[in-house]
Structure formats: structure tokens, C-alpha cells
Design a protein around this ligand. Structure first.
Ligand SMILES: C[S@@+](CC[C@H](N)C(=O)[O-])C[C@H]1O[C@@H](n2cnc3c(N)ncnc32)[C@H](O)[C@@H]1O
Ligand code: SF4
Length: 418
């Protein structure tokens, strides 16, 4: 089997079966938020020119290979960051290179959610936007070190509603609820979103990645559950349903999905691709990313060959979105993984965390609570250690401060191809 740096576009394309979405990462931000664990760098025009040239090459190579393998047009496009709208001309050129039949979604920093900015996104064919409001309280935004105020967050949401499928990201740190300056801010923010008629509200518990200036994790599990339960009640009274662990959707509205697309090919520094049995991660560092592409290779830095264990990864993200369809698991991974999974899920159904539906299971309210804890565990045991290793490629990170995880070490030893 080839080393990650020798994987060819055709190999990636051939690993997929069925529908494929595209994820593109734009890692530039005008200002860095101290809580943010994602792959990003301070914007620099020279670096951006080099990056977008390399990204264009990676996109063209993967699109051509996927075309040869019969996977084009792609079913969806998701552009995340960083701040994907920071270089609008480069963004337009990028979108034009990627043939997509379905939804085009993009993350929008509030200060870029002006009428003119959103007009431009609509003209590029974007049908869904996620506004990174985080809060409509200036005290909370200051604590988060955000580069915008509450008025900008509100204006961006108002400008977007009715034109796109609109998701609004809110961050909740229950510890801040003890502080009179920010007490109750999150539930008030949720009510604001519901009153504005957004399609979806994503309510992310603040995750503290050890390598960010916010420092290592501390969570009050019981209070997080209580706050999410209160959010579920408030949302339901306003005609919204809890459609995934951390999202509330207007009943009947389209979901805005980022992390739950079933199969996706990633392009750009720090992006990942998931083909069911294989998981690839691109270089995080922009220099390493550009050098790989410029020397004629895919910028893949890590390769986890999950094999049939991919069924576990797959069902984990299906469950985030509310349920597991075992027919899909059987179709992709075969009868044995689907059978093992069915037995495990049946046990969870006995504990009333799941309820049976046609073809699989759905999470019950108790199940959403359990999943919330599981997601936090996965974040700190698997995602943080992987990203910390990848972020070594950046000068800004402090990977030594990241959480150590035996679980990640075992997963790496079992699945990684080097
Ligand atoms: C890629 S990020 C941000 C997109 C855009 N640059 C912005 O800031 O608006 C997508 C979302 O992840 C969430 N997020 C970022 N850091 C987080 C953290 N440490 N814990 C929980 N959620 C986080 C935020 O809600 C954010 O809007
Ligand atoms: S939260 Fe958004 S704007 Fe802030 S550093 Fe992260 S990607 Fe950039």
C-alpha cells in the first residue's frame, strides 16, 4: 500500500462508491479567535496567492480523477474555514471549478454577511450559509475574543434570512452563566434566532483544546445537559425540533449540514476525505500543503485505513444527525459490520437511548444526552490529539499543551498507513 504522500487522485476517486460531496478549506482569517481549534492562519496576500494557486491544482486533479471514476458532478459543496469569504475573487474562481448538482454551503463571518457580501454569494450559486454569530451579547463576544460585535451578528442573520438556508452558530459555555455579566445569555441568544425565523441554530458547547490560548478542557456535564434540555423546550415551543445533537431546526426546514455528510472528498490545507473504508487528512501547514501540490503530489499527510471499522465512524456521524440507517451500513460495509452494529444498537434501544424505526434506529431525548457526552469524549480523545499532531506544521500552535490520549494512540497504531 502506498504511503500517504504517494496516494494518487485516481486512488482517492476509486475508493468512493455512491454519492460524494466536496469539502474545501480556506484557512485565512483577518484576526485569530483564541478559542478556535481549527486550521487557520493570519491572512497574508502573498501566501494567499500561492495557496489558491495550489488549491486550484488540487481541485482540478481531484475533479478530473473523480470524473474518470464516474463520481462527478458532486452532490454538494461545503466551503469552510478559516474565513472563506476573505478573498472573494479567489472564491469565485474556485466555485467555478467544482461541478455540483446539490446544495452549495459556506461559512460566513458576521462582518462579511453584509447585503453586498451575501448578494455575491447568491450570484455564485450558494444556497446555504452558516453565520458564525456565536452570541448576540457583546460581553460574551468579548470573552470569546471575536472580531465583531452583537450588532454585526444580528445584521448578518437578518440579511441572510429568506435568501438562503440559514444556520446560525451559537457557542455556550455554561461556566459563564455564573457570571452576572453573561448569565442567561445563551438561552436569550437562542430565542433571538428563533424569533428571526432562521432555518437552523447550532448550539456548540465551548470545547477547550489544550493547544489554544483558552487552555485545556473543563466541563460541567450536568449543567450542559440542563441547558440543552432548556434549549430543546424553548425551541419546541417556537416550532423547532432537535434534529441533531447540537442543532435545532424549524419544522419542515432544510437542514444545514457540515460534519454529517456521508462521503466527502476534502480539498485544501487541513481538509479530510472520508470514503467509507479510508480516511485521509491533508497537510495543515500551508507551506507543506503548497510544496506537496507544487511538486505534483496530493497534499495528503495522514491516511487511516479503517476497513470495515469505517462502519463505526460512519454510524457515529449518522447518529449525530439523529439516527442510524443500517441498510446503508450493510450496503457499504457488508452484512457482518451491519450485524454487529445492529446488536450494539439493540442494546442501546433496551436502555431507551434509541428507538427502532424502519431500517434502523433514532435517538431518543435520553439518547441525545448520551451522545452529547460521547461527542465531547470523541473531541478530546480523538480529534484534539490528531489535530495537535497536524498543527505542529504551524508556528502558532502549542501542541505540547494538547491533551494526551491513549485511545488516539491505539487508533493510530491500528489504522494508520505510513
Ligand atoms: C470553522 S468555525 C468558524 C467559521 C467562521 N470563521 C466564523 O468564525 O464565523 C465554525 C464554527 O465552529 C464553532 N467553534 C469554533 N471553535 C469552537 C470551540 N472551541 N468549541 C465549540 N465550537 C467552536 C463556532 O460556532 C464556529 O462558528
Ligand atoms: S472562529 Fe472563525 S474567525 Fe475565529 S479564528 Fe476560527 S475560523 Fe477564524
Amino acid at each position: 500500500m502506498a504511503a500517504p504522500g504517494r496516494v494518487t487522485p485516481r486512488q482517492v476517486a476509486d475508493s468512493f462508491s455512491g454519492r460524494v460531496g466536496v469539502y474545501v478549506h480556506v484557512p485565512f482569517c483577518a484576526q485569530i479567535c483564541p478559542f478556535c481549534p481549527y486550521n487557520k492562519v493570519l491572512a497574508d496576500d502573498g501566501l494567499a496567492r500561492r495557496y489558491f494557486a495550489a488549491l486550484g491544482t488540487e481541485v482540478d486533479d481531484l475533479v478530473a480523477a473523480c470524473d474518470d471514476a464516474g463520481r462527478v458532478p458532486f452532490t454538494s459543496l461545503y466551503i469552510g474555514g478559516g474565513t472563506p469569504t476573505l478573498y472573494p475573487d479567489a472564491l469565485a474562481a474556485l466555485v467555478a471549478r467544482i461541478p455540483v448538482t446539490g446544495e452549495r454551503a459556506i461559512e460566513v463571518l458576521p462582518t462579511h454577511g453584509t447585503r453586498a457580501g451575501l448578494d455575491r454569494l447568491a450570484a455564485l450559486g450558494f444556497s446555504a450559509v452558516s453565520v458564525g454569530a456565536q452570541s448576540f451579547h457583546d460581553d460574551v463576544l468579548r470573552r470569546l475574543g471575536r472580531p465583531h460585535d452583537a450588532a454585526a451578528a444580528l445584521a448578518a442573520v437578518e440579511n441572510a434570512v429568506g435568501r438562503f438556508t440559514v444556520d446560525v452558530d451559537l457557542i455556550v459555555d455554561v461556566a459563564w452563566d455564573d457570571d452576572p455579566a453573561t448569565a442567561g445569555a445563551f438561552l436569550t441568544d437562542l430565542r433571538t434566532c428563533l424569533a428571526l425565523g432562521v432555518d437552523q441554530v447550532s448550539t456548540y458547547p465551548l470545547m477547550r483544546f489544550g493547544y489554544t490560548p483558552f487552555g485545556a478542557a473543563r466541563h460541567d456535564r450536568d449543567r450542559e445537559h440542563a441547558v440543552l434540555r432548556a434549549a430543546t423546550r424553548i425551541a419546541s415551543e417556537a416550532g423547532y425540533e432537535r434534529r441533531s445533537v447540537w442543532t435545532f431546526n424549524r419544522v419542515g426546514a432544510t437542514s444545514y449540514t457540515s460534519i454529517t455528510r456521508p462521503r466527502f472528498v476534502g480539498m485544501g490545507a487541513g481538509s479530510a476525505s472520508f470514503a467509507g473504508r479510508d480516511f485521509w487528512v491533508n497537510h495543515f501547514g500551508l507551506r507543506q500543503y503548497c510544496e506537496s501540490v507544487e511538486s505534483g503530489r496530493l497534499p495528503i499527510a495522514r491516511w487511516l485505513h479503517l476497513g470495515r471499522a469505517g462502519a463505526l465512524y460512519d454510524s457515529f456521524w449518522q447518529a449525530y444527525a439523529g439516527g442510524v440507517d443500517l441498510r446503508e451500513t450493510r450496503g457499504t460495509f457488508g452484512a457482518v459490520p451491519a450485524g454487529v452494529l445492529r446488536a450494539a444498537l439493540a442494546l442501546l434501544a433496551l436502555g431507551r437511548w434509541l428507538s427502532p424505526v424502519e431500517g434502523g434506529y433514532r435517538l431518543t431525548p435520553r439518547g441525545f444526552d448520551l451522545y452529547h457526552d460521547l461527542e465531547r469524549w470523541v473531541t478530546y480523545e480523538l480529534i484534539e490529539p490528531l489535530w495537535a499532531e497536524m498543527l505542529v506544521e504551524h508556528p502558532w500552535a502549542e501542541p505540547a499543551q494538547a491533551r494526551r490520549s491513549h485511545v488516539w494512540r491505539v487508533a493510530r497504531a491500528v489504522f494508520e498507513r505510513s
